[in-house]
Design a protein around this ligand. Structure first.
Ligand SMILES: Cc1cc2nc3c(=O)[nH]c(=O)nc-3n(C[C@H](O)[C@H](O)[C@H](O)COP(=O)(O)O)c2cc1C
Length: 218
């Protein structure tokens, strides 16, 4: 059997966010997710490894949020949530996130789902959680969702590198500064002062058009 054939199944990569203790959260990267019913009460299944803390936390809390990762996600996010356990680190402290109805959702997500566990079935290594999707929202990030196959082919090595660096420095990668482009001449602002904080009368140093016409580079 060639297990790499399984990498071509077209599912995505998601981050589970689940309550740990008061004000603290756990969670992990998962790919074993499928929506199995639609309609008014959509149903989703999630296979979660029994050894993982996330498994115990989901059983305890009975609910979790799923952040759907964008194709251009920072490879560190996969490392943070997939290569270490929330038993040892606060994974959420390393990434930008917001609370949605009390559960953590990554700021980079393209959408998120809130899931309530209806029941679960135990297998040798995994629990299969059968959940009702009680809320689902798009975030406004229009990037395509990350596919598991693309992670396996194009991102795995970068996630490994990012994790190595994190272990060496003890610090997550610095948040990337947004870049702004002049639509007239193509100049890209890359100064130390955040673009939003430049004075209103700031103008393109090449062609002189105003700050207000600059476009954010996605
Ligand atoms: C690409 C990728 C996909 C994964 N998919 C799953 C999955 O579907 N289910 C699961 O339980 N664990 C999955 N994992 C493993 C967990 O993310 C990993 O074991 C994590 O460190 C568990 O952390 P925890 O102990 O805080 O729960 C995956 C990991 C990676 C890197």
């Amino acid at each position: 059997m060639d297990n790499t054939a399984l990498w071509k199944l077209s599912y995505g990569l998601y981050v589970v966010g689940v309550k740990k203790e008061e004000g603290q959260f756990g969670g992990s990267i998962v790919d074993a997710v499928a929506q199995v019913a639609g309609g008014d009460k959509p149903v989703l299944v999630l296979a979660s490894m029994k050894n993982n803390l996330t498994n115990a936390l989901i059983k305890n809390a009975g609910q979790f949020a799923l952040s759907v990762l964008p194709a251009n996600v920072d490879p560190f996010v996969v490392a943070d949530f997939g290569f270490q356990s929330a038993r040892d680190v606060d994974k959420w402290a390393n990434v930008p996130y917001s609370l949605k109805d009390g559960l953590p959702v990554l700021d980079c997500a393209v959408s998120f789902l809130r899931c309530k566990v209806l029941e679960f079935k135990e297998f040798e290594t995994h629990s299969l959680f059968i959940c009702e999707i009680v809320d689902a929202q798009n975030t406004g990030n229009t990037a395509k969702p990350l596919l598991y196959a693309d992670y396996q082919e194009n991102m795995k090595a970068a996630s490994g590198e990012a994790f190595k660096k994190f272990k060496e420095t003890g610090k997550p990668p610095a948040e990337k500064k947004a870049q702004w482009r002049c639509p007239m001449c193509g100049y890209v602002y890359d100064g130390d002062v955040p673009f939003e904080e430049l004075p209103e009368d700031w103008a393109c140093p090449l062609c002189g058009v105003g700050k207000d016409v600059f476009e954010k580079v996605e």
